[in-house]
Design a protein around this ligand. Structure first.
Ligand code: PGA
Length: 250
């Protein structure tokens, strides 16, 4: 009932030429129709060029971040309306790299999520625990409070434009993927939290992606879990074969 959703987070990688080549290769492989939702999130400076390279394929364009304000004196920032103007349909908020390296707290992530929704962008909200928190048995409490804090004041109706991404920090870019059972356990907890907060219908409709060292070789087993509805892919989204290999398991 939930359509699998695979998104590529290119982070701060690639040249403009490499970015458009990658987008064109993914677009050619996906074509205009697919039973999996697919999106790519290039660096801001390549959004326009990548939008062109995606052509009329079913691959959607997303951004990795946004500023919560509409416009104004925010040097170096980009707003939701600007992302829309560049052809973006979605935006990632709350990625652990933003939280850890740029000091983003749940309150700021919440403002960004609300701004994304207000300006017509689908929001991928990332949450995840550190290795230390996992070893201390705090995973469910941490991801639960991240979700509730980041989704404050968001209505059940708006949740149709939100996807969650569970990304254990210890699994991002490390090659240490969570086992399908570890991931499923957290996804199922997240769905319980959604039920408490927004009701059963919203909880059952909301997609929850897993992220953290997803590769073609581990995607099938992860995506087979009942509460894993897709993947947010970093490193493996930079090569057309590995990204489309993951999509092939969706
Ligand atoms: P990774 O990154 O696939 O390279 O681990 C995932 C992410 O940060 O979204």
């Amino acid at each position: 009932m939930r359509k699998t959703f695979i998104a590529g987070n290119w982070k701060m990688n690639l040249s403009k030429q490499q970015a458009t080549d990658l987008a064109a290769a993914i677009a050619a492989s996906i074509g205009t129709g697919t039973n999996v939702d697919v999106a790519v999130c290039p660096p801001f400076g390549y959004l326009d060029a990548v939008r062109g390279a995606l052509g009329d394929s079913a691959v959607r364009l997303g951004a990795q971040n946004l500023n919560a304000n509409e416009s104004g004196a925010f040097t170096g920032e980009i707003s939701g309306p600007m992302l829309r103007d560049l052809g973006c349909e979605l935006v990632i908020v709350g990625h652990s790299e933003r939280r850890e390296l740029f000091g983003e707290c749940d309150q700021l992530v919440n403002l960004k999520a609300k701004a994304g929704l207000k300006y017509g962008l689908h929001v991928i909200l990332c949450v995840g625990e550190t290795l230390e928190q996992r070893e201390a048995g705090e995973t469910n409490r941490i991801v639960g409070s991240q979700v509730l804090g980041s989704l404050a004041d968001i209505s059940p109706e708006q949740m149709s434009n939100v996807t969650l991404a569970y990304e254990p920090i210890w699994a991002i870019g490390t090659g240490k993927v969570a086992t399908p059972q570890q991931a499923e356990e957290v996804h199922s907890h997240l769905r319980d939290i959604l039920t408490q907060q927004f009701g059963d219908e919203v909880a059952q409709q909301t997609r929850i992606q897993y992220g953290g060292s997803v590769k073609p070789g581990n995607a099938e087993e992860l995506l087979a879990q009942p509460n894993i509805d897709g993947a947010l892919v970093g490193g493996a989204s930079l090569e057309p074969e590995s990204f489309t290999g993951i999509i092939g398991h969706g």
